[in-house]
Design a protein around this ligand. Structure first.
Ligand SMILES: Cc1ncc(COP(=O)(O)O)c(C=O)c1O
Length: 345
């Protein structure tokens, strides 16, 4: 039987034996009472890595973004964000539904960035008729822009444009360590001018669950209350946090391997013909299907034991991760070649 090669996302990876061992032996307390030593250590280390004063551990990237947005804003205010951003595309309008916020989208450039001029033009000052714009949300790496790693200097400029008008900036850094690896700078350099940063342990870092929100100590204290309100206060969460501490030690340096694998995968797909893949900077391959129907391709790939997801009307996404080896990439390309024969083009 052919083994399944799962490239739907970097969230599908399984915790390694070493990580499971660290989880099994974690010292725990009750994190809502603030006395789980493993969670405390994870939060302190996360804050240091991102270059902020403090951090709070939350169950998911979606909750990390929502907690951040709620903590920065008041109902009735307006937030600016990219039209391709995860917060806008995939988080079910939580900012509007639970935060009472107007979400105003700006067109993302192909490299995941936004135009400074577009930010300045969109910002509204509060008056009798208009809501005030109070928050800009950025994303790095940028998922829908093919895992683009946005240079630190670009993030600096976008932050400056927002700060100049009194807006704060939240960075959805779900994959910020991938950005750091691709750009060859510490994550804290990328996040330097952002007021808050979220990042995920459950993606390239290979943990089963968990994200962190990082920012100034006073902000994180208020974020902790919003986490509790959303039901994200967990108890003996040290069992989960231990996976994060393990990942900081073992799974950050290796992210560059996933990027190499993604490049090899994209190069191979390009040669096969029916796909026009991006030139991935990180671990996300997005490929336009230029011949044949997207659903036929996904089905044919699945029959060959390769899992990918639809990422637009004629676009697929394949993501490399800690469980995908160089041999798997070659294997995937062989399977895709076999699938080529099965799809009417
Ligand atoms: C850029 C980005 N932000 C946030 C999230 C949300 O993370 P979670 O699935 O843990 O809620 C994702 C998930 O894929 C993501 O890609």
């Amino acid at each position: 039987m052919t083994t399944l090669i799962d490239l739907r996302s970097d969230t599908v990876s399984r915790p390694s034996d070493g990580m499971r061992q660290a989880m099994a032996t974690a010292e725990v307390g009750d994190d809502v009472f603030g006395d789980d030593p493993t969670v405390i250590e994870l939060e302190q280390r996360a804050a240091r890595l991102i270059g902020k004063e403090a951090a709070v551990y939350v169950p998911s990237g979606t909750m990390a973004n929502l907690v951040s947005v709620l903590t920065h804003t008041h109902p009735g205010e307006e937030i600016l964000l990219g039209d391709q951003s995860h917060i806008f595309q995939y988080e079910l309008g939580g900012a509007a539904r639970l935060g009472g916020l107007i979400t105003r989208t700006l067109t993302n450039n192909e490299d995941g960035s936004l135009e400074v001029a577009a930010i300045s033009a969109a910002i509204r000052t509060e008056n009798l008729h208009s809501p005030g714009s109070t928050l800009l949300c950025l994303e790095n790496t940028h998922n829908r822009c093919g895992g683009a790693a946005i240079p630190a200097e670009t993030i600096d400029e976008l932050c400056a444009a927002a700060h100049e008008h009194g807006l704060r900036v939240h960075l959805d850094g779900a994959r910020v360590f991938n950005a750091a690896a691709a750009l060859g700078v510490p994550a804290a350099r990328i996040t330097r001018d952002c007021d808050s940063v979220s990042f995920c342990l459950s993606k390239g870092l290979g943990c089963p669950v968990g994200s962190l929100v990082c920012g100034p100590a006073e902000f994180i204290e208020r974020a902790r209350r919003n986490r509790k309100m959303l039901g994200g206060g967990m108890r003996q969460a040290g069992i989960l946090a231990a996976a994060g501490l393990y990942a900081f030690e073992h799974n950050v340096e290796r992210l560059a391997e996933d990027h190499t694998h993604a490049r090899l995968l994209a190069d191979g797909l390009r040669e096969l013909g029916p796909f026009r893949p991006n030139h991935p900077q990180t671990n996300i391959v997005v490929a336009d299907v230029v011949r044949g129907n997207l659903n036929d391709w996904l089905a044919a790939l699945q029959r060959e034991g390769v899992l990918a997801v639809a990422f637009g009307a004629q676009r697929i996404r394949l993501v490399t991760h800690i469980n995908i080896s160089r041999e798997d990439v070659d294997d995937v390309l062989g399977r895709v070649q076999r699938a080529v024969g099965a799809v009417a083009v």
